[in-house]
Design a protein around this ligand. Structure first.
Ligand SMILES: [Zn+2]
Length: 115
């Protein structure tokens, strides 16, 4: 994906807002923070934004047109209830609600493939 100029400008605005939330570049006692300290705080904030945004985007995906097949017996699954999913990513934990499928033959629930 290539971000447009407008998208980059809006993300820069969000970065300025995130900087206001995280705070300035001084410790409470007035000492200047080191580059590494600043970098660590920025990475922590950025990772939080990334994992939250990824969870929102994953939850927005449309369900597959055709019901997925059971990974054990390859029979077509029946729709099941939404269940929480949690994945550990390079940027932190991502969580969302996802519909499940149920195989009556194997008597098991499974998640459609994330692809
Ligand atoms: Zn099955």
């Amino acid at each position: 994906m290539k971000l447009s100029v407008t998208q980059r400008e809006r993300l820069a605005e969000i970065a300025r807002e995130a900087k206001e939330i995280v705070g300035g570049s001084l410790h409470p006692d007035g000492r200047a923070m080191t580059f590494m300290e600043l970098e660590d705080e920025c990475i922590e904030a950025g990772d939080l934004i990334t994992s939250a945004m990824l969870g929102q985007r994953v939850a927005e995906r449309q369900p597959p047109q055709q019901l997925p097949c059971c990974p054990t017996c390859d029979r077509e699954g029946a729709p099941g209830p939404d269940e929480p999913r949690v994945l550990q990513t390079d940027r932190g934990e991502v969580s969302w609600m996802e519909p499940t499928c149920y195989c009556r033959h194997c008597r098991r629930s499974f998640f459609p493939s994330l692809g």
